[in-house]
Design a protein around this ligand. Structure first.
Ligand code: UFG
Length: 341
C-alpha cells in the first residue's frame, strides 16, 4: 500500500481526530474526515486548513449510516479506517447508558457492516485505559485483566471483544486497538486543541480555565489515595504523541503487521498536584485549588507500560508534562472560547 493511501477518520473533527488528521497528512497519507459534529464544531476545519495549507476533505454524517459509509469506502478506496467516533464522558454514560450503547457499540457495528461490503479490512480503533477497570498494580501491561465500572467502559470492552470476534471469523481483518491513557495538550500552532462543551470533566482543560481566570479554583478530588501526595495519579500523554501513535499503527497494519492491542501512554504517572504545579510554571498564572471529596468511580493510579507499542510499532511518546502544559496554555490563552463556530 503506497504511503499516499487515503485514510478515513470517523470522528476526525474532534480533539484527537483533528491532531491525527494533521499527523497523517504530514506522514504522506490522504486523510478524509467523517463527523456528525455532535461533539465538536465545524470551526476546526478552517484551522486544519490553516495548519496544513490544503483544503480539508470532510463529510458531515453519522458513522452509523451504513449506506453513507459504504459510499465513502467505494468512492475513496481507503487503505484503512481509524474509528474515533465515540462518546467519551464517564458521567454522561452513567446518566444515559442507552445513548452510549447506541452510539459506541451501534456505530462500531455499522462501520464493520459497511467495511464488510468493501475491500478495506484494516481498522484502527480508539480504545481506552478504562478497560483495565481498577487495576491491581502499575505499570499496566496489555495482558492485565479487563473490566468496567461504568457504561462508557462497558462499550469500549464490548467493541474490543467484537473486534476480536471479527478477526477470529475472518483472518483478513487487520485491526490495531489503541488503549489511550489520558490525552492532553494541543497542537504547537495554538490553532487546534480540546474544546469541551460546558464545564470540563477532565483535569487539564479545567486547570487551563482556572489559569485563564474563567473559573475561580480547581477542586482536587481526593487527597487520601495511596499515592505519594495522596492525589490521583494518571499517565498523561500529549495529543501530538497520540496522533503519531495512530500514524505508526496505520503504517504497521498497511505494511503487513498482524493485529495488535497496545497501550498508548508515556509510562510516567503524575498526580493532580504535580499537574497543577507544572501548569502554574508553564502559564505563569496562579492556580488556586481546594481539597474536595473523591469522585465516585475514580481509581488511585493509572500508569501504562508502553513497551509493546515501542516493540511492535517503533513508537514512543516524546513530550514531557511541561510540553503538555505549555501547549494547553497556548491553546487556552489564544482561544479563550475554543472554536468560535
Ligand atoms: N480531577 C480533579 N479535579 C477535576 C478533574 C479531575 O481532581 O476537576 C482528578 C481526578 O480525580 C483524577 C485526575 O484528576 O484523579 C484525572 O481525571 P480526568 O477526569 O482528567 O481523567 P480520568 O483518568 O478520570 O479519565 C480519563 C478519561 C476516561 C478514560 C480514563 C483512562 O476521561 O475516558 O482517562 O485513564 F477512561
Amino acid at each position: 500500500m503506497p504511503s499516499r493511501a487515503p485514510i478515513l477518520i470517523t470522528g476526525g473533527a474532534g480533539y484527537i481526530g483533528s491532531h491525527t488528521y494533521v499527523a497523517l497528512l504530514e506522514a504522506g497519507f490522504l486523510p478524509v474526515i467523517l463527523d456528525n459534529f455532535s461533539r465538536c464544531k465545524p470551526g476546526v476545519l478552517t484551522r486544519l486548513q490553516a495548519i496544513t495549507g490544503q483544503p480539508v476533505v470532510c463529510y458531515g454524517g453519522n458513522v452509523s449510516d451504513v449506506v453513507l459509509v459504504q459510499e465513502l469506502l467505494r468512492q475513496h478506496k481507503f487503505g484503512a479506517v481509524i474509528h474515533m467516533a465515540g462518546f467519551k464522558s464517564v458521567g454522561e454514560s452513567v446518566a444515559h447508558p442507552l445513548s452510549y450503547v447506541e452510539n459506541n457499540i451501534g456505530g462500531m457495528t455499522a462501520l464493520l457492516r459497511a467495511m464488510e461490503t468493501s475491500s478495506c479490512r484494516t481498522l484502527v480503533f480508539s480504545s481506552s485505559a478504562t478497560v483495565y477497570g481498577d487495576p491491581p498494580a502499575a505499570p499496566i501491561t496489555e495482558d492485565f485483566p479487563r473490566s468496567h465500572t461504568n457504561p462508557y467502559g462497558m462499550t469500549k470492552l464490548a467493541c474490543e471483544d467484537l473486534l476480536s470476534a471479527m478477526r477470529a471469523a475472518a483472518p483478513a481483518w487487520r485491526i490495531g486497538v489503541l488503549r489511550y491513557f489520558n490525552p492532553v495538550g494541543a497542537h504547537a500552532s495554538g490553532l487546534i486543541g480540546e474544546d469541551p462543551t460546558g464545564t470540563p470533566n477532565n483535569l487539564m482543560p479545567f486547570v487551563a480555565q482556572v489559569a485563564a481566570g474563567q473559573r475561580a479554583y480547581l477542586s482536587v478530588h481526593g487527597v487520601d489515595y495511596d499515592t505519594p501526595d495522596g492525589t490521583g495519579v494518571r499517565d498523561y500523554i500529549h495529543v501530538q504523541d497520540l496522533a503519531q501513535a495512530h500514524v505508526a499503527a496505520v503504517k504497521a497494519l498497511l505494511e503487513g503487521e498482524e493485529s495488535f492491542t497496545v497501550n498508548v501512554g508515556t509510562g510516567q504517572g503524575h498526580s493532580v498536584l504535580e499537574v497543577t504545579k507544572a501548569f502554574e510554571r508553564a502559564s505563569g498564572q496562579a492556580i488556586p485549588y481546594r481539597l474536595a471529596p473523591r469522585r465516585p468511580g475514580d481509581v488511585a493510579q493509572y500508569c501504562a507500560d508502553c513497551g509493546l507499542a515501542q516493540k511492535l510499532l517503533g513508537w514512543r511518546a516524546k513530550h514531557s508534562l511541561a510540553d503538555m502544559c505549555a501547549d494547553t496554555w497556548r491553546w487556552q490563552r489564544d482561544n479563550p472560547n475554543g472554536y468560535d463556530a
